[in-house]
Design a protein around this ligand. Structure first.
Ligand SMILES: Cc1cc2nc3c(=O)[nH]c(=O)nc-3n(C[C@H](O)[C@H](O)[C@H](O)COP(=O)(O)O)c2cc1C
Length: 195
């Protein structure tokens, strides 16, 4: 059986990036519990021209591959820096290309970073409704971190570290259940055939 794929998408437009760091930490935490292939993308990976592409056909090859990777992931970790109180415009722009049915029942962990704590609830009032539109299974613990939570580019705050661990555990649990659901029908059929 091929290993499940956890795809991270972070809407940072600079590197190093605090948002990308959170996304990677959650994805790595999940894959340490359920063996999985992890791949993380950001806006820089999409190359120039993402903002001027108005249709899927107009996307550059790297950007189209990113959308396809999101659609085909077994689990997702999505993150964005907070810009003007919400996820960035390019974060939403990328998700506008994702097929509306592609993420149904897909486990998703949410991450965001901001300069301060004023917009910490962005994970609840912006990300969750978007994932609700897609029918995705957003994990209960969303992770927000502000500048003060980082030291030398890594998360230093105990509370944020705990939330990363919680979100990773929840994502792994949903991913494992999805894998079992794929295996179980054959098991039930085999049990039925034996009767
Ligand atoms: C255009 C712009 C708008 C921003 N708006 C907010 C904001 O509304 N609230 C906030 O807390 N931080 C805001 N910030 C700060 C970034 O969210 C913060 O620096 C973030 O952690 C950067 O993430 P990155 O390291 O992944 O790029 C803004 C930054 C920029 C460039």
């Amino acid at each position: 059986m091929t290993r499940p794929r956890i795809i991270g998408f972070s809407a940072n437009i600079q590197r190093p990036s605090k948002t990308r760091h959170l996304v990677e930490a959650i994805a790595d935490g999940a894959s340490s519990r359920v063996p999985a292939e992890v791949r993380v993308f950001d806006i820089l990976d999409a190359g120039p021209g993402l903002g001027s592409a108005w249709t899927r056909d107009a996307l550059s090859l790297p950007a189209r591959r990113m959308v396809e990777a999101i659609e085909e992931a077994d689990a997702l970790v999505v993150g964005s820096p907070v810009y003007k109180g919400a996820y960035t415009g390019l974060f939403k722009h990328l998700f506008d290309f994702v097929d509306p049915g592609a993420l149904a029942n897909r486990p998703v962990a949410i991450a965001a970073t901001g300069g301060g704590t004023r917009h910490a609830l962005v994970v609840e009032h912006a990300f969750r409704p978007l994932l609700g539109f897609f029918g995705a299974l957003a994990v209960p613990t969303a992770v927000y971190a502000s500048d003060a939570d980082f030291r030398d580019g890594a998360v230093a705050d105990e509370g944020v570290l705990r939330r990363i661990d919680d979100a990773a555990g929840q994502l792994a649990a949903l991913l494992a259940r999805g894998i079992q659901a794929q295996v179980r029908p054959q098991g039930l059929m085999a049990a039925g055939a034996a009767r």
